[in-house]
Design a protein around this ligand. Structure first.
Ligand code: HXC
Length: 520
């Protein structure tokens, strides 16, 4: 039996009224407070992030899990807005925590809205984007709230490497709640309005008497400069959301897809004459590896990841001939480009991210070795450095290594030498591959001759020169096939594009295992 027309109108109006109520979140007063704090609202963030008109909301009318403490409490939308939409025409799933509703706190039903879209993302092979702005576990829901977090963490881990997961921190993110973002691929933070920590300033003060502000404890600068927890920091919500769109343009939708390519106006054959002035044969003259990267890649565009942490190694995304590539490069301008604990962690993580998502890796090498010292040894550089070796060996994506200048010792291997699985290794004429620098080598190998000499300094200088002559060049390694070609610097871009095109359909079969046991 059909409903009378008037009754149907009433039903529709009631539905719209309910929807409107949900869309109001915590109400005008709290929404105003949110905006006054320099933040967008949960819905504005989604609108800004996605292609116009593409948002498809899910679980709109979900309500909180009822219990005695929640009686009479209203939570429109259950404190989180969830759904799907498109970014540059590609489908993504998104959840946006609504701080205006119970502080965006996470209860059981709130979590169920989030896990629903995580599951859909995994089933349809699409990225998940989390916009975090929450006071953490909903205190009134007790263990149900902890269980909700558990369900999210579990999926973060299970879907890791299957679909890209990106976390924006746009407000509070405290206590165990930080572990959901920490389990995702990338964390982007807004300066001044977001923070992440396990225990807040009050608890710290009561336990250790240490006084610290939210920002100096867990703000964006702390996590992108000191802790390395977050990958990128921006001023304001809009900039963070723009950052997510940019980042996604380098990533495939899921682990079954090739990394994306986009047409470029930058000619593949563009010569790199600028490199001739930039990288001189004088090993003591540092140069900006950033400039080398920008000279080589399409339109000079490099999306550096973790640019302010462990600056002695550079990692990030770029395009070569339109193809998305990951770049790992020593940075001679910071700590002479040596590898240390943080640099090893940063590089290993990035290499694995590229490998998950089928992004070919270009490694640019100018490294004298691992940073010496008790601080590094006691900190476990052996364990951390091993991560880099492991990550490169494990990565089955196309891997091209270019030695720009020095490549010495263990760092030669850690920067993806031929033996560590590089598919193609190039060197510039300025390159030198050896166990160590000429001075150190001469002092060890020719110690007896130097000590026995009437003029030790002259003998030392002569031995250094001999060693340099013999080893401080790329040709010893090239003669043994460790380097595939010594290439003119000005032809590098063309050569790299050609090489990655050659490797595009590379496949590598590895022995059966459940998963490897990476040193952590
Ligand atoms: C329920 C909460 C809440 C919470 C805040 N609210 N935190 N409701 N559960 N955890 C409510 C407040 O009552 C208030 O409601 C509204 O959210 C906004 O909170 P305010 O305090 O007014 O906001 P503000 O001054 O901006 O301070 C934000 C804050 C503070 C710093 C985040 O709210 C705070 O410290 N909250 C407690 C944080 C916390 O300890 N969470 C548990 C962390 S442990 P009204 O109705 O007044 O608007 C955790 C464990 C996770 O998360 C474990 C996972 C394994």
């Amino acid at each position: 039996m059909t409903q009378p027309a008037m009754e149907l109108q009433e039903l529709i109006a009631a539905m719209e009224q309910r929807r409107h109520r949900v869309e109001q979140g915590g109400g005008p007063e709290r929404l105003r407070k949110q905006k006054e704090g320099g933040k967008l609202t949960a819905r504005e963030r989604i609108e800004y992030l996605l292609d116009p008109g593409s948002f498809l909301e899910m679980s709109t009318f979900v309500e909180h899990g009822r219990n005695r403490l929640m009686e009479g409490v209203e939570a429109p939308g259950e404190g989180v807005v969830t759904g799907s939409g498109t970014i540059d025409g590609r489908q993504v799933f998104v959840f946006s925590q609504d701080f205006t509703v119970l502080g965006g706190s996470l209860g059981k039903m709130n979590a169920s809205k989030i896990t629903k879209i995580m599951d859909l993302a995994a089933k349809t092979g699409c990225p998940v984007i989390g916009l975090n702005d929450s006071a953490g576990a909903r205190i009134q829901e007790g263990v149900d709230s902890l269980s909700g977090y558990g369900e999210i963490f579990y999926r973060n881990a299970v879907y890791s490497g299957s679909v890209p997961q990106i976390s924006a921190i746009l407000g509070p993110c405290a206590g165990g709640a930080v572990y959901s973002p920490a389990l995702t691929d990338f964390i982007l933070m807004s300066r001044g309005t977001s923070y992440m920590f396990i225990t807040g300033p009050e608890v710290i003060k009561s336990v250790t008497r240490e006084e610290v502000t939210f920002d100096t404890l867990g703000g964006a600068d702390v996590h992108t400069r000191r802790s390395g927890v977050a990958h990128l920091a921006y001023d304001g919500d809009e900039a963070v959301l723009d950052g997510i769109r940019d980042l996604l343009s380098y990533l495939p939708q899921n682990a079954r897809e090739q990394a994306p390519a986009r047409p470029t106006q930058d000619p593949a054959q563009r010569r790199n004459d600028a490199l001739l002035d930039l990288v001189t044969p004088d090993q003591r003259k540092p140069y900006a590896m950033h400039d080398v990267i920008r000279e080589l890649v399409d339109e000079g565009t490099f999306l550096e990841i973790q640019p302010d942490w462990a600056k002695n190694i550079l990692v990030g995304f770029a395009r070569l001939g339109g193809q998305s590539v990951g770049i790992v490069a020593n940075n001679p301008k910071s700590m002479a480009g040596t590898l240390n604990i943080d640099a090893s962690d940063k590089a290993a993580r990035f290499i694995r991210t590229c490998d998950c998502y089928n992004i070919p890796i270009l490694t640019l090498v100018d490294v004298t070795g691992f940073l010496p010292g008790t601080q590094q040894e006691y900190g476990g550089i052996i364990r951390h450095g091993a991560k880099m070796l492991y990550a490169y060996a494990e990565a089955s994506v196309p891997k091209v290594t270019l030695i720009t200048r020095k490549s010495y010792g263990g760092a030669y291997l850690a920067m993806n030498s031929r033996d560590m699985g590089a598919d193609v290794v190039y060197a510039w004429p300025t390159a030198a591959v050896a166990v160590m620098g000429a001075e150190g080598a001469a002092n060890i190998v020719y110690r007896r001759d130097i000590n026995a000499s009437d003029n030790p300094e002259a003998t030392r200088a002569q031995k250094i020169a001999e060693y340099k002559e013999a080893f401080d060049n790329p040709y010893v390694a090239a003669a043994k096939g460790y380097i595939d070609d010594v290439i003119p610097m000005e032809d590098t871009r063309a050569r790299l594009i050609q090489t990655f095109a050659m490797l595009r359909d590379k496949e590598e079969v590895r022995p059966y295992k459940k998963h490897g046991n990476m040193p952590l």
